[in-house]
Design a protein around this ligand. Structure first.
Ligand code: HAM
Length: 419
């Protein structure tokens, strides 16, 4: 029995699963290249206050879900619970504001949240995100949203729903929140205990509650889009016009508020069909105050992040066919010590010529070696025995037809070279 187990809420991504991960990463990188986004990687841990300041105390993530520790110098550090704040920190730290704006960036990041694990919800998950920093143009919101849509379609996912909302800015949101609180105060007795606490600490999140008892209050709640100031209203209308122009279907949802405090104006989410948290494939929005909050000049920005595990879960659920990963072309089997030395030499030579080859190991029977070749899925096996060593040849076996012929070993490179 193994002594240790996988930590709760984490995943081992086994070789058989990697085909999905490679597929999604490949599509993500191709997308970013198409839209002119450049990669920026940040560390897995940062100063606790970076996250506390950006996501807001009073959010579940900051209050309950961060993995925080004091390092040996007594500094409070947190494992990254999301990717946007670190990107903004790096934007400021490396003076990316000196570049022509907006700066378009993307990242892959392991993200840590101490949540209750369930299907599609982990304590360590992996995000693909992109951020455009340095412009308030609604066309940039539309670019980020269209990229999100394009990404999901390019993966082959079907039946997606794009939800959109505007939660206003620091000018118009306080007035909206007052009205929201007034509405909720009038139906306090129906609310779940969490919502009673949200009413004081984070009223926007009242709209996000999934409990049955709170649904009526949500349905009858005032809608943020009816309280937008002129600028926010015009901004929201422009985004919708751009999306219509691009033929991207969306649904305005007044319940959509998102779980992080830094959002201003635009918020959006992409969902796959069906119920449950695993359908929230990704989400994003505008965060025009975040860079200033982190010590920079007032800088508008907008971005999105998707959960890779949820995307993969939905690819499997929708039976999307995924191209196989490239496999070595040749498996090299041998019989005897002399042949083994030849096999090792041949494999090295083939690999140097750019031909992927894999050798048998140990002293197994030929039958066992060929069985292993089958599990690797190589199309051909090369068999080297005593006779082949003497005659500088190999037996080349087609693993599908089982046909076998003897050829000079020097011919192999020529036969398998792709170009
Ligand atoms: P988020 O909605 O908290 O946004 O996370 C983005 C996505 O990560 C979610 O839609 C979901 O697919 C996935 N996700 C979140 N938590 C978990 C979990 N515990 N297990 C598995 N997957 C999860 C953000 O993090 C923002 N930084 C997005 C953003 C970028 N906004 C602007 N720019």
């Amino acid at each position: 029995m193994p002594l240790y187990k996988l930590p709760r809420g984490t995943l081992d991504i086994l070789p058989a699963e990697q085909v999905y991960w490679e597929y999604v990463k490949h599509k993500a990188i191709a997308l970013c290249q198409l839209y002119g986004y450049q990669r920026l990687d940040t560390p897995a841990f940062e100063d606790f206050n970076l996250f506390a300041r950006s996501m807001g105390e009073g959010t579940d993530i900051v209050d309950k879900e961060m993995y925080t520790l004091e390092d040996k110098s007594g500094k409070k550090m947190s494992l990254r619970p999301e990717g946007t704040a670190p990107i903004c920190r790096a934007y400021l730290e490396h003076g990316l504001y000196n570049l022509p704006q907006p700066v378009r960036l993307y990242y892959f990041a392991t993200v840590f949240r101490y949540e209750r694990p369930q299907a599609g919800r982990y304590r360590q998950h992996y995000q693909f995100g992109f951020e455009a920093i340095g412009d308030a143009d609604p066309a940039l919101d539309a670019e980020i949203i269209s990229m999100t849509w394009h990404f999901c379609l390019s993966l082959g996912l079907k039946g997606l729903c794009l939800q959109l909302n505007s939660i206003g800015c620091k000018v118009c949101r306080p007035h909206y929140l007052e009205n929201l609180k007034r509405h909720y105060s009038a139906c306090l007795t129906q609310l779940c205990p969490d919502c009673k606490a949200r009413l004081i600490r984070n009223p926007l999140r009242l709209l996000d509650c999934k409990k049955k008892s709170c649904q009526e209050a949500i349905e009858t709640a005032p809608k943020s889009i009816n309280y937008l100031c002129q600028e926010c209203k015009a901004h929201f209308e422009s985004i919708q016009r751009y999306l219509e122009l691009l033929g991207i279907p969306f649904k305005v949802s007044h319940r959509l508020v998102r779980g992080l405090d830094y959002y201003t104006r635009t918020v959006f989410e992409i969902q796959s069909p069906g119920e449950g948290i695993q359908n929230a494939l990704g989400g994003g929005g505008r965060y025009d105050e975040l860079i200033e909050e982190l010590g920079g000049k007032s800088t508008a920005a907008v971005g999105f992040a998707a959960g890779m595990e949820r995307i993969i879960l939905n690819l499997k659920r929708q039976n999307v066919s995924i191209p196989a990963l490239p496999r070595p072309s040749i498996f090299i089997a041998y019989l005897g010590d002399e042949a083994k030395a030849e096999a090792i030499k041949l494999a090295f030579k083939l690999r140097q010529a750019g031909i992927a080859a894999i050798t048998a190991m140990g002293g197994r029977s030929l039958k066992a070696q060929l069985r292993q070749a089958n599990t690797f899925g190589t199309s051909y096996s090369v068999i080297i025995g005593e006779d082949e060593v003497k005659s500088q040849t190999v037996a080349l076996r087609n693993m599908t037809t089982k046909e076998q012929k003897t050829i000079p070993s020097t011919k192999l490179e020529e036969l398998f070279r792709r170009d």
